[in-house]
Design a protein around this ligand. Structure first.
Ligand code: 6GU
Length: 245
């Protein structure tokens, strides 16, 4: 996968892209990152990239020319089939489902603005998707793009050691993950649930699924509307509901 990142602050990305899984993904040639300072594409003699908003008002607006030309140059160098992703709090809410969709792509281009808005013609003629990572405002799209890149790249086949490690993730199953324990069995008087030491894999699976359901019911009941449950699981959930009343 090729990932181009258009930003006025490329150095913000250095630590994040060059550690841990994202670093290994590059070393294995599973992903290639390309940081582009779109100021370099400005035809303005002072390399300006923003201007005052028509109609007045506070703040500056990113002007179309540098971004049109930067994206145009990246598309010309490649397949022209890239997804062009604009980072904005007005965008579609980013989810695990969207991460799975983007992980299928060969070429992603991220557009990050800082402080400013984007001239609407960028949205209309360059961008394929507008994404937000949640209902709060960041100073720029850089951090949001790093969150999205991290969650997409880890899904590329070959990057995580074992496929199970993401198939069991919270959200991939539709439920939050069950509790996990490791040694010691007794830590300062707090013991691990005995079922996990029983060696009975069927019982362990049942326990985990129930604890996933319990945790989802307690913390994110909104997720339960979309999840397929067996008759047994539905009964268990009804017990949780009764207990709460
Ligand atoms: Cl994508 N950008 C900014 N500036 N703020 C955000 C966001 C994006 N997602 C949530 N807040």
């Amino acid at each position: 996968m090729k990932i181009d990142i258009l930003t006025l602050f490329p150095t913000m990305f250095e630590g994040v892209l060059n550690e841990s899984i994202l670093k290994r993904a590059q070393e294995q040639s599973l992903v290639q990152f390309n940081l582009v300072n779109f100021r370099d594409f400005s035809l303005n003699k002072h390399q300006k990239v923003d201007d005052y908003p028509y109609g007045g008002g506070a703040g500056m607006v990113l002007t179309p020319q540098p971004i049109f030309d930067a994206v145009g140059s990246l598309l010309k160098q490649s397949d022209e089939n890239a997804r062009v992703l604009l980072m904005t709090p007005q965008g579609e809410r980013f989810t695990q489902k969207k991460a799975e969709e983007l992980a299928e792509e060969k070429h992603l281009i991220f557009l990050c603005g800082h402080y400013e808005g984007f001239d609407e013609r960028i949205r209309e003629h360059v961008v394929t998707d507008e994404l937000s990572i949640g209902d709060y405002v960041l100073t720029g799209g850089e951090l949001a793009s790093m969150v999205i890149i991290d969650s997409v790249v880890r899904l590329i086949p070959g990057i995580l050691g074992n496929k199970q490690s993401y198939e069991q993730d919270s959200f991939s199953t539709g439920l939050l993950e069950h509790p996990q324990y490791t040694r010691p069995y007794d830590f300062r008087g707090h013991q691990v649930p005995d079922v996990l030491l029983s060696g009975n894999h069927k019982k362990i699976e049942e326990w985990r699924r129930k604890e996933s359901l319990r945790r989802t019911f307690e913390r994110r009941p909104d997720l339960l509307t979309d999840v397929h449950l067996t008759e047994n699981e539905r009964q268990f959930l009804n017990q949780l509901i009764q207990k709460k009343r």
